[in-house]
Design a binder for this molecule. Structure first.
Ligand code: ZN
Length: 98
């Protein structure tokens, strides 16, 4: 698992994450996995606190780990439950199912 640290520990990513969270908070964006609103005042690691999810997982798309276009707002719990699976099959990534 060489992708383990990608999109996780770099200074650049931490800044990106902070900016992304602020944008989501301003727009009041809901969790993209369950569709429920996110309470942006809840602190990590509250299960319903904000978590930056990757539309295309870090494992499969390491090159997108720090691409803001790949960022999605989610609940921490929803993000954890999703794991490395694709939440929306049929988006043209079938060939990567394994
Ligand atoms: Zn959720």
């Amino acid at each position: 698992m060489t992708a383990k640290t990608a999109g996780r520990s770099t200074r650049r990513y931490k800044t990106q994450k902070r900016v992304f969270r602020a944008q989501c908070k301003d727009d009041g964006l809901p969790c993209w996995l369950c569709g429920e609103p996110i309470d942006y005042t809840l602190p990590y690691p509250h299960p319903e606190s904000f978590s930056l999810d990757h539309a295309k997982t870090r494992t499969a798309h390491m090159e997108l780990a720090e691409d803001p276009g790949n960022f999605r707002p989610s609940h921490l719990d929803c993000n954890k439950r999703r794991g490395d699976r694709d939440p929306a099959p049929g988006l043209g990534v079938r060939s990567e199912d394994w």
